[in-house]
Design a protein around this ligand. Sequence first.
Ligand code: FES
Length: 147
Amino acid sequence: MTRFTVNNQPVHYKMDPETPLLWALRDASNLTGTKYGCGTGDCGACTVDVDGEAVRSCQMTIAKAEGTFVTTIEGLSRDRSHPVQEALIASNVPQCGYCIPGIVMAAAALLRKNRNPSDSDIHKAVTNICRCGIYPRLVDAIQRAGR
Ligand code: FES
């Protein structure tokens, strides 16, 4: 059994310890805001926060998550929208929306460390793939969210 904290709640998953965190969150905790895209660590749709770092949950086993504090998009915006979400909405950034939870998690982790990221900082930290091509508006919105 693996034990860690998800959105400030203790969790005990009775699953194979090699289960990707993504599937424990979605299937056992019903936290379906964390999306499956590629399953290979490339797209970022599955990004969650683990101990303050943006992590691709399809690439982390629940055994590796033992003892950590995990935050999903549901935990990030439980009481009110996160400033990144507000900036994305204000700038009409989302199109289909599928990649947005992962992007918000990556951008929120960046802004916790750097409130004034350059374009280059954002491109290095938010490597999520968006099939709709929202990147130019996304960079502006993340910078606005940091101010
Ligand atoms: Fe995890 Fe694409 S589903 S990076």
